[in-house]
Design a protein around this ligand. Structure first.
Ligand SMILES: [Zn+2]
Length: 417
């Protein structure tokens, strides 16, 4: 189902960048919609190639050489496409281990790799089932693979062998500076670290590549935005959102400050919203009674846009989520979007009480991914070759969604380069 590009023109005019739009209009006087033009610059093969590029560093686990090499590679890539990079530095120390929770019948618990993959079984809502969970239907146990020897590919196993060491960390971001409101920005994020001894292709190479592709398109010389946009590739997500937490801690108080005074420069523009992308590819439906998940993308696959209903900015975040839903309605080519109130366990969480925050994902984190809908999550099978074009296209549709929404929100225009 190809939808929407023609419908989009009206939306673009309505939300468009006022006088800035004039430069993007052809001589015939026919309106050019900047969002449609920019979305047209996304390309499935380029998106796949950027994911593939990230997978050369294995699972990019934090605290290792393969992670630092990936940060360097992302930084060089962003500079190459014209998005000037900076780094945020912090220190990561592994917290003392927490006592393990007792195992509940039907409940999720990390896999023991020496056991065959266990399956869950049908459970009910709000504790009516044996799991005492709010998840409906069949579920499949989830967990993080901790044994590198479970990666059958010898070269990848060798690449992923180094264990993390506590200490200094850094993460990269780059910024498109706004033409009329350089002091305000939207933040587009994804985490570049992974684990599980695969290639972290989906979690979260798919989100990282999405943010990188948007940085490339929005940094083109003929693209102007009224407001600033920052592209952030968080590190240490898998250890507890430590990279994004460090960013909020270090930079929250600097929002909107002109530095040096009178320079017209805003090192930390005021935050207008944070949009996270985490696991974009795989929506194959629920496990069956045997715990198995379909090998093909389901016909009902969609982009899940979530806000957190318990956050202090729930209403503002919900409104932001529906801007993205409308952008998907108008501009996405293949897959629709749904909005839900359960954003959790990703790098938008540290932002959610400070600025409107949403996440885009393949599925809802708690109800779906937590119930085992993605059997490659944190597994050695999270590899580039595991995914089909139908999977990659779901990620591309999320990219279309965010690019169209941010073009409208930041006031994008196509101008003479
Ligand atoms: Zn993730």
């Amino acid at each position: 189902m190809r939808r929407g590009i023609l419908l989009a023109v009206g939306v673009g005019v309505m939300l468009g960048a006022g006088a800035d739009r004039a430069a993007g209009q052809p001589a015939t006087g026919e309106a050019v919609d900047p969002a449609a033009e920019l979305v047209g610059r996304l390309d499935l093969e380029r998106y796949k190639a950027t994911i593939k590029g990230l997978t050369q560093f294995g699972d990019r686990r934090q605290g290792t050489r393969r992670n630092r090499d990936a940060v360097d590679w992302i930084e060089a890539w962003l500079d190459e496409v014209g998005c000037a990079t900076e780094r945020l530095h912090y220190t990561y120390e592994t917290p003392p281990p927490r006592p393990r929770p007792p195992i509940r019948a039907g409940g999720a618990r990390p896999l023991n790799p020496t056991e065959p993959t266990p399956t869950g079984g049908r459970i009910g809502r709000n504790g009516s089932g044996p799991g005492g969970s709010s998840i409906f239907g069949y579920r499949r146990r989830t967990g993080v693979i901790r044994d590198p020897m479970l990666q059958p590919d010898e070269a990848l196993r060798a690449l992923n062998m180094e264990e993390p060491v506590d200490g200094p960390r850094s993460q990269v971001y780059c910024t498109k500076i706004g033409s009329t409101r350089p002091d305000e920005m939207y933040i587009l994020g994804a985490h570049m670290d992974g684990h599980g001894f695969g290639e972290a292709a989906n979690d979260d190479g798919s989100g990282t590549a999405l943010v990188m592709e948007l940085a490339r398109i929005l940094s083109a010389p003929d693209v102007r935005t009224e407001r600033s946009i920052r592209f952030a590739l968080w590190n240490n997500e898998e250890t507890g959102l430590n990279g994004s937490r460090a960013y909020v801690e270090q930079r929250r108080e600097r929002q909107g400050l002109e530095d040096p005074p009178g320079s017209g420069r805003y090192p930390e523009p005021r935050w207008l919203g944070m949009i996270q992308h985490d696991m974009m590819l795989f929506d194959h439906g629920a496990p069956g009674p045997d715990g198995e998940v379909s090998p093909v993308q389901r016909r009902e696959a969609d982009v899940n846009i979530e806000f957190q209903s318990s956050s202090e900015l729930a209403a503002e975040s919900r409104d932001l989520a529906f801007v993205f839903k409308a952008a998907n309605d108008a501009y996405a080519t293949d897959y629709p979007a749904m909005v839900g109130p359960h954003m959790t366990n990703t790098d938008s969480t540290p932002f959610m009480n400070v600025t409107p925050s949403i996440s885009l994902r393949e599925n809802e984190r708690g109800m779906h991914i937590g119930a085992g809908w993605d059997p490659h999550w944190h597994q050695p099978t999270d590899r580039y070759d595991t995914f089909s074009d139908d999977d990659f296209r779901l990620g591309l549709n999320a990219a279309q969604t965010t690019l169209a929404a941010i073009a409208q929100l930041a006031g994008a225009a196509i101008v003479e380069p």
